[in-house]
Design a protein around this ligand. Sequence first.
Ligand SMILES: *[C@@H]1O[C@H](CO)[C@@H](O)[C@H](O)[C@H]1NC(C)=O
Length: 401
Amino acid sequence: MNVRTTALLLLSYVVQSRILAETVSSTTVTTTADLIVADGYLSEQHPVVTGDGYLLTLFRIPGSPRNPPQKGKSVVFLQHGVLCSSTDWVIMGPSSSLAYLLVDAGYDVWLGNARGNTYSRQHLLDDPSKVKFWDFSWHEMGMYDLPAMIDYVLDKTGEVSLHYVGHSQGTTSFFVMASMRPEYNRKIRSMQAFAPVAFMGNLKSPFVRAMAPFVNQIEWMMRMLGVNEFLPNSEMMALGGQKACNDESLFQEVCASVLFLIAGFNSDQMNRTVLSTILRHTPAGASVTQFVHYAQGVNSGRFRQLDYGVLLNLRRYGSITPPNYPLELITAPVFLHYGDNDWLAAVGDVQQLERQLGNSVGLFRVPDDRWNHLDFTYAINAKSLLYERVIELIARWNVPI
Ligand SMILES: *[C@@H]1O[C@H](CO)[C@@H](O)[C@H](O)[C@H]1NC(C)=O
């Protein structure tokens, strides 16, 4: 891709993403709460304010008619990945979704929503039309969103600690929190990390690989044009996604979804009926900076804070490069669940993470050669290949700390 093509693409990106933004906000979609109720479970919705003023929405499934809510249930907190939302954990329906399986096993289940997604688009002072609203990456999710949500859940339930299950960015932000605010480690009974993303030097996604080297130019151009929310257009995706779409014969809707272009697609494990629901709920919103921060990780091979360039780094961090996240300070027990065919959490990168974590319990491979990044939430066989084991691990580690 030469510079001129990149520039043209970006220009059309900007124009089209604005049009798309307007269409998206004018259509109504079923919420996570609607899905939970339709599936026969109890649903609650809770607003949470972060230390820096964002209003987040938590959903709770305190029980079901078969498993009524009661005091003293152990808590499991589920945190979604990038461009996704709380919907991910219930989208496969009863008897397949992790959230429901946990409720059936007797847990009090809470679903988080990071700033910027469908359910967390409010701020005490700013709103999503303002540049300032989008001034965050997953660093801020780890520093503010997760601590605020975890404290809220513990306060409401009267528990002292909980189990955390994160997918993709839900693991990245956890590693930020547990390394930068280590006092939160004692609130975590176990951390089940699905497709853990910290190091990205071995990342395989052709789309992300194609874009990452241009991250500075892309960011500069977007800032100049006042684009802060990440809403990719069809041309940009067609270009980056060509390889992806040639590799496997996919349907149009998959090639047209940025989520699958970034993360890959495993057609054996995809339920066609569920796919249309997924496409209605994603992309659920993200800032440009979240992707810039990830792309920097692809380029540097390090898991570290946002790179602002030499001068601003010196002012902000007192060093010319950003500091690494101190993973050795994470003392919560971490279970790393990975897949062989994961485009974003490559096996080598997960192994490197395992070596650096302060208290890794171990690596848990999903026993399927084609297991991809999104299979952790969407695969037809997720229950037998992954969730049953995870529920067993949670039960075994379910002791207050
Ligand atoms: C696909 O999803 C639908 C709707 O949730 C469900 O009825 C069906 O059993 C699923 N198919 C498979 C193979 O899991």
